[in-house]
Design a protein around this ligand. Sequence first.
Ligand code: PRT
Ligand code: ZN
Length: 228
Amino acid sequence: MAEKNYLSVAIQKNGRLNNDTVFFLKNCGIDIAADAGLYNRKQSINIDIVYVRDDDIPELVANNICDVGIVGRNVFLERKIAFDTNVSEKIKKFEIIKYLGFGNCRLSLAIPSNIAFNNLTDLNGKKIATSYPYLLKQFLLKHNLTSEIVCLSGSVEIAPKLGLADLICDLVATGTTLLQNDLREVYCVLTSEAILFSSSNLSDEKLQILNFLLSKDQTNNKAKVCND
Ligand code: PRT
Ligand code: ZN
């Protein structure tokens, strides 16, 4: 459980967000190593850094094990919708505090290059493979579409070739992975970047530490226009 006088910050241990997260925290005056142990206490500013897999960060914050976390907006929203759908009131309280301007990507629909696509109604009756079933379901409902969702935890881009799905809904950055798999991006479901978020019931003491850290950050990224 997060300790009373320490703000605990959950960050990705390895992976795409790790370096930029460490850089952001350094910019806030917290000098930590990118590859420290699982847990790193900074007594000078009453802060605990917890290094974990990004997928675990929303749960850690929701359960008050950690106070704030840094993840992609895609992971944040996917877990938030899952909590809103499945879990009791007390762990639904999440707030985005800051958009961090790195880890930019989009969650997009992509179809085999040789298949025609005119508009979203072409998706009716089709199978879509994804690791983001909640975000995709929300999108399908919003557009009144009757596609079937096929959940995969990784390597989503090979699903059409394997005959598991007709198309995919996956993260895209440069588009290289899609090209390599003969897929074509046809619709952006969500834009994403790394975000700092908290449970909305932080104590005054912890808020003070958080505000102190953020006051040192010079990057000053503003919230982007969202299409969720
Ligand atoms: O180990 P851990 O569970 O912590 O990490 P992970 O493997 O689940 O996530 P990781 O490190 O790959 O990504 C962390 C976050 O980075 C994601 O949740 C996104 O918010 C963000 N991000 C930014 C990306 C990408 N760009 C990205 N390109 N996450 C994944 N990709 C993958 C995508 O899934 C696809 O396979 O890269 C491929 C596409 O890239 P392009 O450049 O070929 O289009
Ligand atoms: Zn992950």
